[in-house]
Design a protein around this ligand. Structure first.
Ligand SMILES: [Mg+2]
Ligand SMILES: [Zn+2]
Length: 235
């Protein structure tokens, strides 16, 4: 039997947000496009950002080095390497894009430790970055069309051998949907003080909690390490 660890990327694996990092980088050259409140999906907006970045002369190298310079949350490398060495499958499930996540993993030597990345597909064409939605779903009304992490996780699990345990770490609103679909013997790790943590607390305080999994909030990945590998933790 194999176990599965699922991680969000922005503000979970990395402390910062990759899209915000590029938007800030663009801001040094020209004002980024306005986010319209009528906009429902984030991916078309990022497409706009990449178009602006291209016309402002923000090169492929500028973008990739900004992504590579993003710092991991403390304990991430150790935990991900320990999981891989212990035979766990590691899935990154994120609304970022394949170019950012793959480049960051490669620059931080973690690509081999990750089983699969599920995210919006991005590609370079004549120096401009293009992005395509991971899915176009209408089945889940809680999530944006381009990504319901519950649907993505179910698709991933369907093609794999049965897992004896699943753990999930994230920070954002879009991590709540999958958190509600985890079985009671799973563990959800919400980043303390972030939207997922607030949503989980709120549902656990309600008469009919939507989350059945064990909940362990984290400030850094050593908390997750201690929970999953108590024998490997020092303190
Ligand atoms: Mg996140
Ligand atoms: Zn959903």
């Amino acid at each position: 039997m194999v176990s599965l660890a699922v991680f969000d990327f922005d503000r979970t694996i990395v402390d910062d947000d990759s899209d915000a990092t590029i938007i800030n980088k663009l801001r040094e050259k020209q004002p980024p496009p306005e986010w319209e409140t009528s906009n429902h999906d984030w991916t078309p907006y990022m497409s706009d950002v990449f178009e602006h970045a291209y016309s402002a002369g923000l090169s492929q190298d500028d973008i990739l080095s900004a992504i590579a310079s993003m710092r991991e949350n403390p304990g991430v490398s150790e935990l991900v390497r320990t999981l891989a060495a212990s035979g766990w499958d590691v899935l990154l499930l994120t609304d970022a894009n394949s170019v950012f996540v793959d480049h960051w993993l490669k620059s931080h030597g973690l690509q081999e430790a990750v089983t699969q990345v599920m995210t919006n597909r991005a590609f370079w064409q004549s120096g401009r970055l293009y992005i395509e939605p991971l899915m176009r779903q209408t089945a889940c009304s809680r999530c944006p069309r381009n990504l319901c992490k519950s649907i993505a996780l179910a698709q991933f699990i369907a093609q794999r051998p049965q897992y004896d345990r699943v753990v999930y770490a994230g920070d954002g609103r879009n991590d709540f949907c999958p958190a509600t679909n985890l079985p009671p013997h799973a563990i959800v790790f919400p980043r303390r003080g972030y939207p997922l943590d607030e949503l989980v607390k709120k549902t656990l305080a309600s008469p009919t909690p939507l989350v059945q999994a064990k909940v362990v909030p984290w400030d850094d990945f050593y908390t997750i390490m201690k929970e999953l590998f108590p024998e490997k933790s020092i303190s």
